[in-house]
Design a protein around this ligand. Sequence first.
Ligand code: PEP
Ligand code: MG
Length: 315
Amino acid sequence: VRRGRADRSRGPGRTADGHEVKLLVNIGSAAELRGEEAAGAEGVGLFRTELLFLDRTTAPGIEEQSRAYAEVFAAVGGRPVVIRTLDAGADKPLPFLDQAGEPNPALGVRGLRIARRRPEGLRTQLHAIELAARRTGADVRVMAPMVATAAEAGEFATTARGAGLDTVGVMVEVPAAALRARRLLEKVDFLSVGTNDLSQYAFAADRQCGDLADLLDPWQPALLELIAGCATAGRTRGRPVGVCGEAAADPLLAVVLAGLGVGSLSMSPRALAPVRAALAAHSLADCERLAALALAADDAEQARAAVRREARPAP
Ligand code: PEP
Ligand code: MG
C-alpha cells in the first residue's frame, strides 16, 4: 500500500478513471532538476537553451554547447527530454545577434526566424545537441520556437534530422500554426503549444503589458479553442500534442486541457503536485464536460468561474 501511495507522486498524471496525461517540467538548467518536486516528473517537456547564450559577444561553439546540454541530459536520468533551439530575437536580445532597432520586436526576427539570417547558428546548435545526446545516451527530442507555417516546420525537421536527431517537433505559438496543426503534423513528430506566446499573438496583446492581463489570461476561450484544434489534429494524425506554456501549471486549467485532448502538460516543478491532484479528482468525462463549459464562456473570467463551480475538490 505504501508503494502505491509513493507511485502516485511520480510518473504520468492520471484522471480518476485512469486516463494518462504526461506530467513534465520546464527548465533552463540542470540545477532546476534537483529536488524532490522535479523528481516526480516523467521527463522534461521544455528545456530552454537561452541561458547559455546570454551576455555573450560571440555564440558558444559546438563543444561548449554540447557540454552544457550533456549536463542537463545526464541530470534527466533516462527520462525523455525535449530541448528547444534558441529562442532569441529583439524581444529577448542577445548581443551577438546584433538586432537592435526592430520596431516591433515580438513580431520580428525571433525564434526559428533567426535561422533565416544565420542558418549556421541553428546547424551548430543541432549538432551540439546530437553530440550531447550521443555522449549521454539520453532520450532527446528537439523542437523549434516561433514556427508559423508547415513549410517552416518541414525545413526545421529536415535540418534536425540531417543533424542526426530523429524525434523532431515544433512549438505552436503563432495562431497561423495552430490553425494548420494537421499540416504541421505531416512534417514533424509532435507539437508543443506555448500558451504564453500563443495568447500574445492570438489577442494582439503584448505579453509584457500588465494593462492587458485580462486578454492574456490563459482561460480565454479563444485560446482554448486554438489548443483544442491542435489536440484534435494530434488525435487525427496519431501524434502527441502537449502544452508547455503557463496554462499547464494552473491545476483547474490542466483539467480543462486534459478534457480538450492534450496528452502532456509541462510546467515548473512546483506545479506538478497540485496539477496531479486536480487530474486525479476528475474522470476523463468530467474533464471533457468542464472543457465544454470553458469553451462556451464569453471571456476568461466567465470560463474560470463556470469550471470552478462544477469542478471537484482535489483529494
Ligand atoms: C510560451 O511561449 O508559452 C513558451 C513556453 O515559451 P517562452 O515562455 O519561453 O516564450
Ligand atoms: Mg514562447
